[in-house]
Design a protein. Structure first.
Length: 485
């Protein structure tokens, strides 16, 4: 989602038509830019949707779009049978917000559970931040195992990892441990191992004081992965000699770490990095690598391969039980309107990747998150910019084909009626794949859809979970991560 500093001349906040501080309110205001993202942020600000993190109580007024803010009564819910989790990422104390999920897909907030750590207070460009599963693997967002006993959470501000046991009406904190690096943003679990992606980033805001866009994984330490063994109860123990750099490039744009379904490989996407031979190239068409590591029997990463992505800007990806990897490709993000895609890979004998499709374009802007349903026949990908969209794809033998540019629009294309505002980020499906949940990190909302067999989405409801300050300036705790039971 964040984009190269060298694109500062295309910064959506800069004149003409850019954003400036209102001398009376101190808020950033502005006119419509040629770039879609300008209209995005302005519409959110003018709608009064961006204020400080805040719990909406049942007795407070809400608008018509933000429904069902009531709390679930104690003893009448079971999170183990249906739940949705997201986190605040607040710098004054990270929390997991837990919702119970009804058989109709609708949600009722249960409680907010402190992780013991702190968030970064700023939006983090990452995928697979929250993971539901067990020591044996992930059940959500990647649907690889059936056990849903534990919730794994990164605390980007305190550089720690929290593990919760999922009980009927609560989350029980098992422990909080150092992540082994700077700013953990993505987690993965398989076969008794947990690996974390530490971005190394030091900036806790999306825009600098001159309103230039700051890149993720480009400041501070180079991004790394680090491993832990996981007990059946969720206790974490560092794996000795498990820390590895990715491509080794400081300008990385690291986004997600995940195991292959069999646990024999680790994958990490870097949307800005380039092949080592092209690392100094100024050609943007070179950007985007997928780094793979073979996993040794002792749990440490073995052979590393830095591979060129099919398209540009690989970001979030989904791993399937049959061995397919579906990646989003953001092709320059909001600096390149309507140019995003999805591509697929399979594993070779050495645990590396082979492309199994070309880039499949969805005519959206900055597509970054993707999930695959339980029978691996459908995939959904979200795009935060433009007007905000969820696209759907059929998947046959691991190869994606675009079904709907805008899955929730009546005609599959008209984004004006699709119930997905600008800011669509993390996605997760219910365990039966009947309902899709979408987090809007710009507006602090959670939207519920029914997932139809033809890849279309039927809108059910919205929840106002947080009220946020002006997006991207840091300190407001932009929510991240989504996992579903």
């Amino acid at each position: 989602m964040r984009h190269r500093a060298k694109h500062a001349t295309r910064n959506p906040w800069s004149a003409p038509g850019g954003r400036h501080r209102d001398p009376e309110t101190g808020r950033r205001t502005g006119n419509r830019s040629a770039l879609a993202v300008t209209a995005v942020f302005l519409s959110a600000a003018l709608a009064g949707l961006i204020t400080m993190p805040h719990v909406v109580n049942a007795d407070e007024g809400t608008d018509a779009a933000a429904t069902d803010t009531r709390k679930a009564p104690k003893g009448k819910t079971d999170l183990r049978k249906g739940a949705v989790f997201l986190m605040s990422n607040a710098e004054d104390g990270n929390e997991v917000v837990a919702f119970s999920r009804g058989s109709d897909g609708k949600l009722t907030e249960v409680e907010r559970f402190p992780t013991g750590g702190t968030g970064s207070g700023s939006f983090e460009d990452s995928a697979n931040a929250l993971v539901v599963g067990s020591a044996e693997g992930e059940a959500s967002p990647n649907m690889l195992v059936d056990q849903r006993r534990l919730l794994f959470v990164p605390n980007a501000g305190s550089s720690t990892i929290s593990v919760f046991q999922i009980n009927a009406d609560s989350l029980e904190l098992v422990e909080e441990v150092p992540s082994g690096g700077q700013k953990p943003v993505s987690l993965t679990v398989n076969n008794g191992l947990l690996y974390v992606l530490n971005s190394g980033e030091t900036a806790n805001h999306l825009f600098d004081e001159d309103t230039n866009v700051l890149e993720n994984c480009t400041s501070g330490a180079r991004p790394e992965i680090t491993g832990f063994s996981v007990s059946s109860g969720g206790e974490l123990t560092p794996v000795k000699n498990s820390t590895r750099q990715l491509s080794g490039q400081a300008h990385s744009g690291c986004a997600q770490v995940s195991f292959s379904a069999d646990g024999r490989s680790l994958l990490v996407t870097e949307r800005l990095a380039k092949l080592p031979a092209h690392a100094d190239s100024e050609v943007d068409d070179d950007e985007g690598t997928v780094v793979t590591f073979q996993v040794r029997q002792d749990g440490t990463p073995g052979r590393k391969r830095v591979q060129d992505a099919t398209g540009r800007g690989p970001f979030g990806f989904a791993v399937t039980r049959s061995g397919t990897v579906l990646t989003t490709e953001q092709f320059g993000g909001f600096a390149n309107d309507n140019a995003s895609a999805v591509a697929s890979y399979t594993f070779d004998e050495d645990g590396g990747l082979e492309a199994s499709s070309e880039s499949v374009f969805n005519k959206q802007t900055d597509t970054c998150w993707i999930v695959v349903n339980g029978d691996e026949s459908l995939a959904y990908a979200s795009s935060p910019f433009g007007d905000g969209t969820i696209s759907s794809f059929s998947v046959t033998d691991g190869v994606p084909k675009l079904l709907h540019e805008s899955a929730s629009a009546e005609d599959g294309k008209d984004r004006k009626n699709d119930h997905v505002p600008t800011g669509a980020t993390d996605l997760a499906l219910s365990s039966d794949s009947r309902y899709l949940y979408q987090l809007n990190s710009f507006e602090g909302t959670l939207t519920v859809f029914k997932a139809n067999q033809d890849g279309s989405l039927a809108y059910i409801e919205d929840h106002r979970v947080f009220e946020l300050e002006v997006f991207g300036e840091g300190g407001e705790g932009d929510p991240m991560g989504l996992a579903v039971i």
